[in-house]
Design a protein around this ligand. Structure first.
Ligand code: MN
Length: 265
């Protein structure tokens, strides 16, 4: 059967792509509301601060080793390494409302579960080969998030030259705050980023210490993947990542955004 016909109608992805002036993805994306399916699969949405709109998440990209001191603590040379990226599954999102401390389950298989505090960029416009000086025009909003990591599994896989997937891309590995529209916050090029565990400061740095700026990240990423509205980018963590155990409370902060907290259970 012709897929275009089968999925005709108001395919959400196609409409979004059209509005943004991009080709729709070449995959068989359709609208769950109109397609006849044997069961439903939930979409992933993040509330938007000060709005009843929700931001639909298409993909979660993450940049690795984007602060020099963190790069060194992970055993890399920050002066030579080009940016590299990995993904988490979209449904790894755990939305955390400002002013709340929801439970975050300690995941299976690990004995070394790490926090990574990160600025998150939410795109509103896609594209390929986006020039650095145009890249920030593609940003729809910002928030803060945790790139939770099963460090022991990540390291073990790295040592064997196998994919990081099991260390990075597991269920609920992406706690995240509400999206703040860029019109309300302006772009984040500097400002404090810190993380506390049980009230004790663990990570404490400045966004201006990123090796690759947000604009450079978008540009580089768009050389490797066609970007679309709904893509979000975890922009890397500063130094002093470390472990949490059940009962710990993580609180993270970025200047200009409400703090994000979770309790490990
Ligand atoms: Mn990270």
């Amino acid at each position: 059967m012709d897929r275009r016909k089968f999925f005709h109608g108001t395919a959400a992805a196609a409409v979004a792509g059209t509005v943004a002036g991009c080709a729709s993805p070449s995959t068989a994306n359709g609208d769950m509301a109109t397609a006849r399916t044997p069961f439903t699969v939930a979409g992933t949405f993040i509330p938007v601060m000060g709005s009843d709109e929700k931001y639909p998440v298409r993909r979660i990209y993450c940049i690795g080793r984007n602060y020099a001191a963190h790069s060194r603590e992970m055993g890399s040379d920050p002066t030579r390494e080009p940016p590299f990226f990995f993904q988490k599954p979209t449904d790894a999102i755990q939305w955390v409302a400002a002013g709340t401390t929801p439970d975050h389950p300690y995941p299976p298989l690990t004995k070394n579960y790490h926090y990574e505090a990160e600025l998150v960029v939410a795109l509103g416009k896609g594209g390929r080969n986006i020039p650095i000086d145009k890249a920030l025009d593609h940003v729809w909003g910002y928030t803060l998030g945790l790139d939770m990591t099963r460090r022991d599994l990540q390291r073990a896989m790295g040592d064997e030259k196998k994919p990081w997937e099991i260390g990075k891309s597991f269920d609920r590995s992406a706690p995240i705050g509400a999206i703040h529209k860029v019109a309300q916050t302006s772009h984040f090029t500097q400002g404090a980023i810190w993380l506390k565990v049980n009230g004790q400061v663990k990570q404490n740095a400045n966004l201006n210490q990123m090796i690759w700026s947000v604009a450079e990240q978008i540009s580089k990423l768009s050389d490797a993947f066609e970007l679309f509205p709904g893509d979000i980018i975890y922009s890397g963590t500063p130094e002093n990542v470390g472990p949490v155990v059940r009962g710990d409370v993580i609180e993270m902060h970025i200047d200009g955004l409400p703090n994000l907290s979770v309790k490990i259970v």
